[in-house]
Design a protein around this ligand. Structure first.
Ligand code: CUA
Length: 155
């Protein structure tokens, strides 16, 4: 079989790129320890109200300026209604849904994730500026979706 010279060159380039990708993937996975998120936390969506810490949604101070905020989302609100933290606090949000898929977005920050029934989703944010931060639902969840919001007060 006769293979054209240019075809050989392109085959070699294609093979080299493929080999490079596989090597990079291996380096990422084995040497740098990259992997898909595996700390998935699950919860029975029917029993959120009986499952600590979500049976008592609220703030828990875990460090000098660090808080865990355990929150539930449901049609069409969040619990607790309002959160208050001192300026400079780091807040670790842990949120789960009691019914359908909701959103959890704090405009002006990097916090923006889905809240799915059966799972606890988490994200952290440091609040360096005082003020009132809106927390809103950005996943359509029913007739009252546009009313679904709460706030975090930083002072
Ligand atoms: Cu909850 Cu939209």
């Amino acid at each position: 079989m006769q293979v054209h010279r240019y075809e050989k060159i392109w085959l070699a380039i294609g093979g080299a790129v493929l080999a490079l990708f596989i090597v990079l993937l291996a380096v990422n996975a084995f040497a740098m320890g990259m992997h898909p998120p595996s700390d998935m936390q699950m919860i029975d969506p029917q029993k959120v109200d009986q499952t600590p810490p979500f049976d008592k949604p609220g703030l828990k101070q875990i460090g000098e300026k660090e808080y865990d905020a355990f929150m539930t989302a449901y049609a069409f609100s969040y619990a607790p209604a309002v959160i208050e933290v001192p300026v400079g606090s780091k807040v670790n949000f842990h949120v789960t849904s009691k019914d359908v898929v909701h959103g959890f977005e704090i405009p002006g920050t990097n916090i923006n994730f889905m809240v799915e029934p059966g799972f606890v989703n988490s994200a952290s944010q440091v609040f360096d500026q005082p003020g009132e931060y809106l927390i809103l639902c950005n996943e359509y969840c029913g007739a009252g979706h546009h009313l679904m919001a709460t706030k975090i007060i930083v002072k």
